[in-house]
Design a protein around this ligand. Structure first.
Ligand code: ADP
Ligand code: MG
Length: 153
């Protein structure tokens, strides 16, 4: 795996990080987001989704589990599995159909999904550093490695 880390001084920096990721992502990319409540997972996702051209708000899909953004540049699916009871529920909602080779999937609380969600290209962890945040981006796949390598330069 390849790894890179950044300090995120404020909310705008977290959004900017998401924008940057969007620019480097290819269709079919899967991103896992780890971190405590309030660590900035949804904020980073907003940066990704807006990076793909979405103009409006990005709401947390805590109760619906997934929020689709079918944009001209990509279909982006934002998952938040925090409230998921049984990972088998993901089968019933047709989880496989979302993880298509043309979609971009961003998953908050992937650990709640168990074996039912595909492995990620990037495994991202957000942490509190005082009032600010830090992000650590680890790549799992060749496609992920190329994103991390570009972020290092
Ligand atoms: P999560 O989805 O991880 O629960 P959210 O993104 O919903 O977290 O909330 C993160 C909170 O932290 C928001 O209030 C946001 O404004 C703030 N925030 C995001 N990034 C930073 C940062 N780099 N520094 C300080 N505050 C941040
Ligand atoms: Mg969230």
């Amino acid at each position: 795996t390849h790894c890179v880390g950044f300090q995120l001084a404020d909310e705008a920096a977290t959004v900017q990080m998401g924008n940057q990721l969007a620019m480097l992502m290819e269709q079919g990319a899967v991103i896992y987001l780890h971190g405590d409540l309030g660590a900035g997972k949804t904020t980073l996702t907003r940066g990704v989704i807006q990076g793909f051209g979405h103009q409006g708000k990005v709401k947390s899909p805590t109760y619906t589990l997934v929020e689709p953004y079918e944009l001209t540049t990509a279909n982006v699916y934002h998952f938040d599995l925090y409230r998921l009871g049984d990972p088998e529920e993901l089968e019933y909602m047709g989880i496989r159909d979302y993880f298509s080779p043309t979609a971009i999937c961003v998953v908050e609380w992937p650990e709640k999904g168990g074996e039912f969600i595909p492995a990620p290209d990037l495994d991202i962890t957000l942490r509190y550093v005082g009032d600010a945040r830090a992000v650590e981006i680890q790549s799992i796949s060749p496609r992920g490695h190329s994103i991390v390598d570009k972020l290092k330069n």
